[in-house]
Design a protein around this ligand. Structure first.
Ligand SMILES: Cc1cc2nc3c(=O)[nH]c(=O)nc-3n(C[C@H](O)[C@H](O)[C@H](O)COP(=O)(O)OP(=O)(O)OC[C@H]3O[C@@H](n4cnc5c(N)ncnc54)[C@H](O)[C@@H]3O)c2cc1C
Ligand SMILES: NC(=O)c1ccc[n+]([C@@H]2O[C@H](COP(=O)([O-])OP(=O)(O)OC[C@H]3O[C@@H](n4cnc5c(N)ncnc54)[C@H](OP(=O)(O)O)[C@@H]3O)[C@@H](O)[C@H]2O)c1
Length: 300
């Protein structure tokens, strides 16, 4: 799906839009929307305020879920309160098993209910919506994923799923960058470290912290500020696909910067979780363009 395809006004409006828009049609097949039930297998805390919900579909022959597909999840609390929100499939360990990474918003409607789910509970869902990341890729030699917060989930799931499939995916390196506020917020780092170990030279990841602890030696600042200089050192930028996931404000700014530096629209795809109406931060965009455009244009 093109980068323009995922904007919406709010998540409920977004769900309605999801149901009725052309984006409900998977590129390689017909619309797949069905009401289904899943059993909660686990609901682990994987970072401060971030949980990984592992679901097993109760469908007899569940369709193939891939990282980047979106499910509309309904959850009912013990007190009868209910909420329905969209969540992006992060990891798919095996057929019918789906993992969703979510940030717990204490004042939110859905996530306090989600965070209370326990093994053996049930949820209803509809889907699958959207296009999985693998089908978003342009003709590229490398994939760079940039996330804020829980946006790292689908990017990790994508890397885990496709790096082993060399015959299908080719030898295309995947690099992931994720912006978090504090060190405690970093999540799925063990899984990413394992992947780096298993695929040396083919998988890399880095966190960028906006409130780093004393002695932090990694990237500092928002990804929109900490990454451009580093990205300018990348080879083959003209054949690099960027997929941006998470806060719509980060996405709008990073996307405008990458396009302004000379990358093509099809090279930059996005998945916003919130802040859909944000406008690019023009000062940050100008800085991204300044830092990246020479590298992009030299590589024509
Ligand atoms: C297509 C799509 C896919 C999504 N996939 C995911 C996903 O995989 N994981 C996930 O955590 N969320 C995801 N979201 C967001 C999700 O649908 C909910 O909005 C979110 O879980 C908060 O729900 P809530 O009812 O608890 O709080 P809400 O009342 O909906 O949100 C309160 C506020 O919290 C902030 N917020 C919302 N979501 C996040 C977030 N993820 N991280 C940080 N701040 C946030 C926003 O400022 C929002 O206004 C997705 C949204 C869309 C549209
Ligand atoms: N942190 C916790 O321990 C915790 C625990 C439980 C629940 N929560 C809930 O989770 C909610 C959301 O978490 P969060 O605010 O940490 O969000 P998040 O989506 O997890 O990401 C935060 C990171 O994104 C960065 N960011 C924000 N806007 C950006 C932009 N325009 N461009 C680039 N980067 C940007 C932030 O930088 P800045 O720091 O500069 O904003 C921060 O580094 C909180 O409101 C809270 O209710 C948090």
């Amino acid at each position: 799906m093109s980068s323009q395809g995922r904007s919406a006004t709010s998540s409920s409006a977004h769900l309605t839009a999801v149901r009725h828009s052309r984006f409900t049609r998977n590129k390689r097949g017909p619309l797949v929307v069905q009401a289904a039930k899943a059993r909660v297998e686990s609901n682990a805390v994987v970072g401060a305020g971030t949980q990984l919900l592992s679901l097993v579909s109760l469908e007899k022959s569940p369709p193939e879920y891939l990282p980047g597909h979106v499910l509309s999840l309904s959850v009912v609390g013990k007190d009868g309160r209910s909420a329905r929100k969209p969540y992006t499939v992060s990891r798919v360990p095996k057929a019918g098993q789906i993992q969703l990474l979510y940030r717990v918003i204490p004042e939110g409607n859905a996530t306090p209910l989600l965070s209370a789910l326990q093994e053996g509970d049930f949820v209803d869902y509809e889907g699958k919506f959207h296009t999985p990341i693998i089908e978003e890729l342009s003709d590229c030699s490398k994939v760079i994923g940039i996330a804020t917060g829980s946006g790292i989930g689908p990017l990790l799931g994508f890397a885990e799923r496709f790096l082993p499939k060399e015959k299908f995916f080719g030898k295309r390196p995947v690099k992931l960058f994720a912006g978090f506020r504090s060190e405690n917020d970093i999540c799925l780092h063990r899984e990413m470290n394992q992947l780096r170990k298993r695929y040396p030279g083919m998988f890399e990841w880095k966190a960028s912290l906006t409130r780093p602890p004393a002695g932090w030696s990694g990237l500092e600042g928002r990804v929109t500020s900490s990454l451009p200089k580093m990205l300018s050192q990348e080879t083959d930028l003209r054949r690099t696909h960027f997929h941006l996931v998470g806060n719509g404000a980060m996405i709008k700014t990073m996307q405008a910067g990458l396009l302004g530096a000379g990358l093509s629209e099809k090279q930059v795809t996005t998945e916003a979780f919130f802040n859909f109406q944000s406008q690019p931060d023009t000062i940050v965009v100008a800085r991204i363009i300044e830092e990246l455009s020479a590298a992009v244009n030299e590589q024509i």
